[in-house]
Design a protein around this ligand. Sequence first.
Ligand SMILES: Cc1ncc(COP(=O)(O)O)c(C=O)c1O
Length: 287
Amino acid sequence: MTDSAYEPTRHFCDRVLARFGVTTEYYDPLIGAGIKDLLRPETSVVFTEAPGSLTFEMQDIPAITAAAHAGGAKVVIDNTWATALYFNPFRYGVDVVVEATTKYVAGHSDVLMGVALAEGNLGQHLYSTAKMLGLCCGADELYLAQRGLRTMALRLQRSGESGLTLAAWLAERPEVARILHPAMPGDPGHALWQRDFTGTCGLFAMLLHPVPKPALAAFYDGLQLFGIGASWGGYESLIVPANVAPIRSAVPWTEQGPLIRLHAGLEDADDLIADLAAGFERMAAKR
Ligand SMILES: Cc1ncc(COP(=O)(O)O)c(C=O)c1O
């Protein structure tokens, strides 16, 4: 499993699958074809996520799928960031695609739902297993997700554009050490993103220079449009502190400054920038 996986996915492996005798080894998200050196005879799945949760590293998915298949393993991807609209993992050899339709598909922060997709025999196998486990979805969730699909392309486009506008503005701020966003030119994952993806959603992160805690709290506390919250992909903008060090084992996280994840919602980008600018003013006043 990629070291940059969504935290609960990691916990599922360490805390649930481990009880069933399944071991998980975490790999550097930048590993690419080098994944072949980690494959063991008993390796059944390589779990990818591109870009990574919180830190947004891109992965070379075709290189990973080629190596995994040569070693007899299947490849799963969490494709929630790109969605099916901006990255089609099946075209790149991925066997199973999972996506939290809670996010851009439903799009209004009022649905909890996910999908797992596979083609051919694997799809049949997945379907019958899900059925036997009794997994099904409520009618309300299905209705809202289907309705969300009607406007998803436009919402995703708007969120992605606003995210890039915010990222470009933030990149120029003296408080910001680095923007983590593969669709930004200069990002270490930009070339892979350009090669394989056809668009960007509005989720990215910024690393701040180290700042005293009260000043950081002042930044967060007065925000008017950015809610503090985890479940992105809806209509509203969100911001959340990201504590990465405890959930990395293959590649230790050594940055000293605070990492902040942002989601650009459907508000006016200029209003969002004004909200963040006022936050930096409060931060400066508390230093
Ligand atoms: C990358 C990614 N995958 C999956 C999920 C799971 O979403 P949920 O359980 O809210 O449907 C999230 C939620 O934050 C996520 O960020």
